[in-house]
Ligand binder design. Structure first.
Ligand code: ADP
Length: 542
């Protein structure tokens, strides 16, 4: 029997319209590429978004057109998210840290009509201009006063808005139409595009808001270090206005000192980002001898948060929420905030739970399977490949039939490429990315577990464990360590520490030291690069 309820399309434009009416004074504070701090509200932003939508239509944007952005976290980038999708276009965010080849591939593959660019990236566009499609238009995200002399015919963002009405008749878009496009980093092969719908974006925003009420509410001030240019800044541009939380955008300054000062001045309560960013902030907290005023919550995801990092924040009274997800999941899949009855546990127990990747948010189903695709028990012990299903999860890749054919299993679940266990309380533990596991003599060794243990050594600032080819065992683990400032780390001492926690065959065969670890375009440690660097490393017993 059909129900008798209205059907209204879910549209991203409705989120900002709602915020402007119900949370009009919610703030957006941005450190601009021009150098100063800019403040606005959801109410005023909605007016500028309407003007921008008129500007886009005047530029010739038609429904379904891909409009690209190459920009930091700031209010203009936020405006583009809403104006492009709201007026029927597809907001295609491009990661400026990608290689030139990848960027050219992505712009061509997406068939972008317009590219919006922050001032920082003018030299990059000038260098690439000859190789970009000849009919691509460029808009520089600044005002007239800051327009540079350039050989590229940049339009001016503020001119695009100028003189247009502050109201826009948002079209009634089919909720299954595309609203956003984001390419995976493509560490192997070409990047693949995840095409988000209006419906998936709205549902994702609601699920994230429900799952993280501490961070997402009217009185909260949130700083997304996680970029608008990748993975939709973990959904914050939608979830924050939905709940009325204020957004503090850090612009291009993502070092520990700049983040500390902005958080301190703006009384940021909750900050979201990948582990590498928090190493910088923790260093600055150490140097200042205090935490930024008002900071009470840190969301860490994108790669595994080391236990020692969680402990460092928690010891300072800052709640850590360890989250997991991926681009193809809009991106949030799980969150690790403790339920009230677990919050009273002793610190050690809380740290053990918080080191896991948390529990699924509403709308995301999880299963782990063996190599034959048979579902495995959720007993916290059995590890299998993680599959996901839900309304916020990709069913394939944009204009890529081959990758689409491989994306889902025969029951329609999406393969994450992660290995995981799930325990009886629903806590997910990512044991490794399948491709980062080390296969030694037919047994698997988790690089993540070893890294977690090594990070607990006070002289280790950062580290990674990778597989090195081995004649007898196929692969053996190698530990690559960045020593903490001015510290000497003793190889034998480090291996002895690991020897206490791991079976003999799991302990790395060798330790090498380096000044810095290579990072991917999304700020994660690039194990692909590390494996190439150390491919010929001769292990002591080899
Ligand atoms: P990329 O950075 O490669 O473009 P994503 O940002 O979508 O892609 O990364 C998704 C992957 O990041 C996941 O499949 C998983 O391997 C890893 N990841 C994300 N969060 C966590 C976490 N909390 N712990 C461990 N791994 C994580």
């Amino acid at each position: 029997m059909q129900a008798m309820m209205m059907h209204r399309n879910m549209k991203v434009a409705d989120i900002l319209t709602f915020a402007a009416e119900i949370h009009p004074t919610g703030e957006i504070v941005s450190r601009r590429t021009e150098g100063d701090l800019h403040r606005t509200t959801y109410a005023d932003t909605a007016k500028r978004v309407a003007q921008l939508a008129h500007g886009l239509v005047a530029l010739g944007m038609t429904p379904g057109d891909r409009i690209a952005t190459l920009a930091w976290n700031g209010y203009r980038h936020f405006e583009l998210y809403y104006a492009i999708s709201g007026a029927g276009g597809v907001c295609h965010t491009i990661n400026p840290r990608l290689s030139q080849e990848q960027m050219l591939y992505i712009v061509g593959h997406a068939d972008d009509k317009v590219l919006f660019v922050d001032l920082t990236f003018v030299p990059m566009i000038e260098a690439l201009a000859d190789q970009l499609p000849p009919d691509l238009r460029f808009v520089l995200m600044t005002d007239k006063a800051h327009m540079p002399d350039s050989a590229v015919a940049f339009l001016c963002y503020e001119d695009l808005l100028d003189g247009h009405p502050t109201q826009f008749e948002w079209p009634d878009i089919d909720e299954n139409d595309a609203a956003g496009l984001c390419y995976t980093s493509g560490t192997t092969g070409n990047p693949k595009g995840t095409l988000f719908s209006h419906r998936s974006m709205v549902l994702h925003a609601m699920s994230v808001a429900i799952a993280l009420p501490k961070a997402l509410n009217q009185s909260s001030r949130i700083l997304p270090v996680v970029p608008l240019f990748h993975v939709n800044a973990w959904g914050l541009p939608y979830a924050a206005p939905l709940t009325g939380a204020s957004l503090i955008f850090p612009g291009p300054a993502l070092d520990g000192e700049s983040l500390f000062n902005l958080m301190d001045a703006e009384k940021v309560y909750s900050a979201w980002g990948v582990p590498t960013v928090w190493l910088g902030l923790l260093g600055q907290i150490e140097a200042e001898g205090r935490i930024p005023d008002g900071l009470g919550d840190v969301v860490i995801g994108g790669s595994a948060a080391p236990r020692s990092m969680i402990e460092a924040f928690e010891a300072k009274g800052i709640n850590v929420c360890h989250a997991w997800g991926m681009t193809e999941m809009s991106p949030v899949g799980t969150q690790g905030n403790l339920t009230p009855h677990l919050e009273d546990l002793p610190l050690e127990d809380r740290l053990n739970i918080k080191s896991k990747q948390g529990r699924r948010i509403f709308g995301v189903d999880l299963k782990i399977v063996d190599e034959a695709g048979v579902a495995l028990p959720h007993d916290g012990q059995t590890s299998g490949e993680l599959y996901v299903r839900g309304n916020t999860i990709a069913s394939g890749y944009f204009n890529n039939p081959d990758a689409t054919a491989d994306a889902l299993d025969s029951d329609g679940w999406f393969g994450t490429g992660d290995m995981a266990t799930i325990d009886g309380d629903g806590y997910l533990t990512i044991t490794d990315r399948a491709k980062d596991l080390i296969k030694s003599g037919g047994e698997w060794i988790s690089s993540l577990d070893l890294e977690n243990a090594a990070m607990a050594h006070p002289c280790v600032a950062n580290c990674a464990v990778i597989a090195v080819p081995h004649a007898k065992w196929d692969e053996r683990p190698l530990l690559v360590v960045v020593p903490a400032d001015g510290q000497q780390v003793d190889k034998a001492e480090l291996l002895a520490l690991l020897g206490k926690q791991f079976a003999k065959w799991q302990v790395p065969d060798d330790v090498v030291f380096t000044d810095a670890l290579p990072l991917t375009a999304t700020g994660k440690i690039s194990k692909l690069t590390l494996r190439a660097i150390y491919a010929d490393h001769v292990l002591p017993d080899a």
